[in-house]
Design a protein around this ligand. Structure first.
Ligand SMILES: NC(=O)c1ccc[n+]([C@@H]2O[C@H](COP(=O)([O-])OP(=O)(O)OC[C@H]3O[C@@H](n4cnc5c(N)ncnc54)[C@H](O)[C@@H]3O)[C@@H](O)[C@H]2O)c1
Length: 339
């Protein structure tokens, strides 16, 4: 039984509490910590928890009943809280972005290496069946080498989205849409295609004049023999995100769609029905992930703890996502300390 402490009981903590309640035989929420304890008390009531309430997480770091800290505070405190729990041999699941700066993320990575406690970064989209299936199809080789990827990380946020005190500034949020929302798609792209060799980008704020951070970024990622165009936006009505991967033999995308062409004698395309149906059958043969994404990621972290294994989303993955986002800012000429 893994005792859980949730540090930071604002908006996202509810997802983690609800996730933990799915595994009553494997974990128990024993502590909720928030600077303003009334928020934690409210959540205790809402979820009918018998957890202890704390305002200072340092009171918990040596508590032997706590095995896993789930860090849900704003980004500026992720590094310190994570490192404090690590020092005491506790497992950590930290919300994205894993830190405010790459330098902090690097220190967290070093502390989490070498068979120590389990360290995972929240990236729940890897546990969405559609994305996981996309990755399996790419890994199957059915598409051939990926030549081009289009990733539209489209969201819509109004101006009052930045009303939380830590949002809207690079020094406390770490970035705008690229860091706060599109990091999920950045992680998926890195998972599927790896780190590009070269990044060029433009970063703008067109719709949120009260915020310092960006609400739009467009980047081109160059690989040895592939290119990806990545757009992160908080301006997109309908928030219709897309991942489309164009391989040598066929393309797939999420929302799910397969296309496969071969050429007619004149070079124009006709559908490769055989390959299309092979890819669709492969997709249908893949199992859906049993849980909703936050629950599935907690299941993965608990399994890593129980088996002394590795979680699907490692600290290195969290670091690489920040590294690539840092390159998007840098190549657009946005100077942010330690990014
Ligand atoms: N995975 C996702 O899809 C997702 C979605 C939303 C937010 N997030 C991430 O979760 C984190 C929190 O976001 P949120 O929207 O819940 O923020 P929030 O402001 O609603 O909640 C954060 C809470 O942490 C408390 N807090 C701050 N510092 C603290 C400390 N040192 N000790 C104890 N409590 C402290 C604050 O009082 C606040 O109540 C951010 O990193 C954010 O990017 C992730």
């Amino acid at each position: 039984m893994v005792g859980i402490a949730i540090i930071g009981t604002g908006g996202i903590s509810k997802k983690h509490i609800a996730a933990a309640l799915n595994f009553p035989k494997r974990c128990e929420i024993r502590a909720l910590c928030n600077r303003d304890t009334t928020k934690a008390e409210k959540l205790c009531g809402e979820f009918n928890l018998s957890a202890e309430i704390f305002s200072d997480y340092t009171k918990l770091i040596g508590d032997p009943s706590i095995g896993l800290a789930i860090v849900c505070t704003p980004p500026a405190s992720h590094a310190q809280i994570t490192l404090d729990f690590f020092k005491n041999g506790r497992h950590v699941l930290v919300e994205k972005p894993m830190a405010l700066t790459l330098e902090e993320a690097g220190r967290m990575l070093s502390a989490g290496r070498d068979g120590g406690p389990v360290f995972s970064v929240v990236s729940q989209n890897r546990f969405i069946s559609g994305y996981a299936k996309l990755k399996s199809i790419v890994d199957s080789g059915l598409l051939g080498r990926i030549k081009f990827a289009q990733v539209n990380s489209y969201w819509w946020r109004g101006k009052s989205y930045h009303s939380l005190p830590w949002r809207g500034m690079y020094k406390s949020e770490g970035g705008g849409v690229t860091t706060s929302q599109a990091i999920h798609h950045i992680d998926l792209l890195l998972w599927i295609m790896g780190m590009p060799n070269k990044v060029t980008s433009t970063v703008k704020n067109f719709g949120h004049p009260d915020a310092e951070v960006e609400d739009l970024s467009v980047a081109i990622f160059e690989y040895d023999d592939a290119v990806a165009v990545f757009t992160a936006s908080q301006l997109h009505h309908g928030s219709r995100s897309l991942i489309e991967l164009q391989g040598e033999h066929a393309s797939i995308s999420w929302p799910f769609c397969v296309n496969a062409n071969i050429e007619k004698p004149d070079g124009f395309p006709i559908e490769n029905k055989k390959l299309k149906s092979e890819i669709e059958s492969f997709y249908d043969s893949l199992k859906d992930i049993e849980y909703e994404p936050f629950t599935a990621q907690l299941d993965d972290v608990l399994t890593a703890i129980e088996t002394e294994g590795q979680p699907l989303v490692s600290a290195t993955d969290g670091y690489r996502a920040m590294e690539l986002i840092g390159k998007i800012y840098r190549t657009a000429g946005i100077a942010i300390a330690n990014r």
